[in-house]
Design a protein around this ligand. Structure first.
Ligand SMILES: C[S@@+](CC[C@H](N)C(=O)[O-])C[C@H]1O[C@@H](n2cnc3c(N)ncnc32)[C@H](O)[C@@H]1O
Length: 451
């Protein structure tokens, strides 16, 4: 098999990165834009010794699970790889992704249930991060998601998985940046002003927080005027912030933000608790689906514990901690981002919660120095999962259950294997669909620690 070969492929399975998998004489080919059950004509884009990558050119026989994508840009935009697959079958494919990871990486012979569906499969994404560039000649702003495997921006005028108001704000930015002398970023030359636009919107109130990520270390007059113009244009916008990121990096946000107009937060409601979300604080992209997860964890605690001492690690704005606080004697939360801890403290005041203790620290450092033992520990680390050292500490600190919330089935499986070797038992793994139409899947694993 060679690059540029055109081949007919029978798609048998689905990969953890959302590709169809075909085999030719045992040789594995990962096919973009293909669904199990399809027969496709595809072009080989890369051929290695052990496997190849290919792109679907034509669907010769469609799988019964193919549907017409509801977004006309689906084929060119890299955001919703799976939108051409029936939503219910997307869930089944995600179930298989989790089961495969848990069996092959985790060595656990577990049957994984179907993910709990997202309450909304359109307009569900409440965090928008558009990279920005500009056209060569007319210097008009381009903003949208990248084409798959490129840094080429698809100038998205409408995105049906986001609240509609976000399209309007982005249109205003596209139309008026030039008038205010704001240029789009040129990644190759590392020049220009505006690198990204990040919009957070509240599923509860519909209010927006707009953050302009700029290639600068401090704000400047044209930028201030532009930020104020965005704020004045939209009643729904609670605040416009600028974030400074002048580094040569793919990381979107720099460490420092400044509020230029309005306020530097929006409020979101989860399980009847109010949370403040700022420009630099982590918050789940799909609040309605996240609420299902918080409820699931809270119900587990309520059914199995009477007023436990709970540790919530990698806590963000202490979302788990505050949501489960009324079932617990006390919750201790640990998070490394100082702004998230600040917002969490504000949320304690708003919700009149008195039994949550917030620590701004690296989790591993906190674990090492902590003397208390907890009835239950919730860990919700970033995609890379936990270090073995941290898992050892969590094991030492926990008397009853570890609730492991994960957005990466592979690192979850790896970490479960480590916990199992220490005598832990995985009682259940429940996937949740937070990121509809993408291959991403969130999981909650309930793990019993031996007495
Ligand atoms: C997946 S988020 C989960 C946040 C929160 N549990 C929620 O549901 O909103 C992971 C969080 O871990 C934090 N984090 C990453 N590395 C950390 C570390 N070494 N120590 C403490 N917190 C960390 C990040 O800042 C982020 O807020």
């Amino acid at each position: 098999m060679h690059e540029n070969d055109i081949v007919t492929l029978d798609i048998e399975k689905f990969s953890n990165l959302g590709y169809g998998i075909a085999k030719v004489d045992g040789y594995v080919i990962f096919v973009e834009g293909a669904c199990p059950g399809d027969i496709v004509s595809a072009k080989i884009t890369k051929a290695n010794k052990n496997f190849a990558q290919a792109k679907t050119l034509e669907v010769l026989t469609p799988s019964k699970n193919r549907v017409e994508p509801f977004c006309p840009m689906q084929k060119v935009c890299g955001a919703c790889q799976l939108q051409f697959i029936d939503y219910d079958y997307q869930l089944e494919l995600k179930r298989q992704i989790v089961e495969d990871a848990i069996r092959t990486i985790g060595g656990l012979d577990a049957e994984i249930p179907k993910p709990i569906a997202s309450p909304e499969i359109k307009n569900y994404r409440h965090k928008i991060q558009y990279p920005v560039s500009e056209t060569k000649v007319s210097k008009r702003i381009l903003a949208g998601y990248y084409k798959p495997q490129t840094h080429e921006i698809v100038n998205l005028k409408h995105c049906p998985i986001q609240p509609e108001i976000c399209d309007k704000v982005m249109d205003f930015i596209r139309e008026h940046a030039f008038d205010f002398g704001i240029s789009g970023f040129n990644e190759k030359k590392h020049s220009g002003d505006l690198r990204h636009v990040v919009i957070r919107s509240s599923a509860d109130s519909g209010r927006l927080l707009v953050t302009l990520v700029v290639n600068a270390t401090k704000t400047f007059e044209r930028l201030n005027k532009f930020a104020k113009a965005i704020f004045d244009e939209f009643d729904e916008v609670s605040g416009v912030c600028v974030n400074f990121n002048s580094k040569k990096t793919n990381v979107i946000l720099g460490k420092k933000s400044e509020c230029i107009a309005g306020v530097d937060f929006i409020e979101e409601k989860l399980l009847e608790k109010t949370f403040k979300i700022g420009p630099n604080t982590f918050f789940q992209v799909n609040p309605k689906s996240a609420e299902n997860i918080f409820k699931y964890v809270k119900d587990f605690i309520r059914k199995n514990y009477k007023k436990p001492l709970v540790l919530d690690a990698y806590a963000g704005i202490s979302t788990f901690g505050i949501c489960v606080s009324d079932t617990a004697e006390k919750v201790v939360t640990v998070e490394e981002n100082p702004e998230s801890c600040e917002q969490a403290r504000e949320s304690l005041k708003i919700n009149k919660v008195k039994n949550v203790e917030i620590h701004n620290s690296d989790a591993a450092e906190f674990f090492k120095n902590e003397k208390r033992r907890f009835d239950l520990t919730i860990i919700d680390p970033p995609r890379k999962g936990c270090s073995e050292e941290s898992l050892n500490e969590v094991f030492r600190l926990t008397k009853g259950h570890i609730v492991y919330v994960s957005c990466n089935p592979a690192t979850l499986a790896r970490d479960l294997k480590i916990l199992i070797t220490k005598g832990c038992r995985v009682e259940s793994i429940q996937p949740f669909d937070m990121f509809c139409h993408t291959y991403h899947v969130e999981n909650v694993a309930i793990i019993k620690v031996p007495q």
